[in-house]
Design a binder for this molecule. Sequence first.
Ligand SMILES: *Cc1c(COP(=O)(O)O)cnc(C)c1O
Length: 390
Amino acid sequence: MTLSPYDARTLAIRAGRTHNDTALAPVLWASSTFVANSFDQAKQFAADITEPKFYGRNSNPTVVDFENAMAELEGAEASRAFASGMGAVSAVVLGLCSAGDHIVAQSHIYSHTTLLLQAVCPRFGIDVSFVDGADTGAFEAAVIPGKTTLVLAETPANPKLALVDLEALGAIKGPMTVVDSTLATPIMQRPLDYGVDLVLHSATKAIAGHNDAILGVVSGSEELMSWLRGFAVLHGAVASPFDALNGLRGIRTLPIRVQQQCATATRLAEALQQHRAVRSVHYPGLESHPQYQLAQRQLDLSGGLVTFDLRGGLQAAITCINRLRLIQRATSLGGPETLVTHPASTTHAALLPEELAAADINGGTLRISCGLEHADDLLSDLTQALAPCI
Ligand SMILES: *Cc1c(COP(=O)(O)O)cnc(C)c1O
């Protein structure tokens, strides 16, 4: 059943209930295997890797319901869930590229995606060129006809929230295009609407949304997804039914959570921009963002992440982080709790000084993922923490 004429807020409530019977809430099918009622049925189930009730690595009813809900939200023909966001990224890269192929990838994206492209791809004979995602046309210019099979972008991109022009990306002919849309969720943007071939998410973040699941998902055409499904069954990084259940639970409140987080992030970004301890704020909803016009065109909301640079550098960042009482020191984003990270010493600690500089990350860079606490409380916590940094 397709629900697509509905608004995303309605889809979020109703999508992904095929295997519910009369249960209202999503159902956990915690079984690794399923019983066939005859020789013929067993044979039929074995022949179809989309069959939800054959064997748990091929598929599972709870996982399929999560996949269907994501397909509805992305406006895709099909989706496939994975054991993590990196499971999804790996499946796309290793499932769709072969030795001798070339990938054009955006530089300065999620650090483990970069590491996969830099460290794993060469071992399999896959060449990777990195381009500046904010430079419209750079992806297309780096495509080698007949050799480039995949163009990989992330928008908004971690941690400085640079954007990629989805219209330009979707117009690229030849290679498959894929967008890591984790920071936007399907509520803020739908890359497939621009002609992009595949969209993927770390559903660990805002989609599951409660910091209690590790989950990934890829969506696209039935043709590409059937190829990915075939690879996924052999690769084995399949989603657990319990995490898929948490994904379905999260989807119901995704639109309203994203809306609230974006409203809070906008308030923090505006306040930080006025703060004397802060040199610059990076937020797509601020006119000072270098791609503000693109953000207005492409994003329905401006996002729950705010990144800023402190004038006092590393020392100020350490002081601020240690003084925070409500905002917690933890990696991840998109959950109910507001979190702070210091990219230079955590997610990007493996980068050389010149690589950090190229990524515009310095000792004073902090990233806040807005949760669902009251914005007033978050603002006062941030203000008291920044007081000695002026
Ligand atoms: C977290 C994240 C990933 C990786 O997801 P996991 O679920 O941690 O494997 C990939 N891309 C982006 C943009 C992320 O934020």
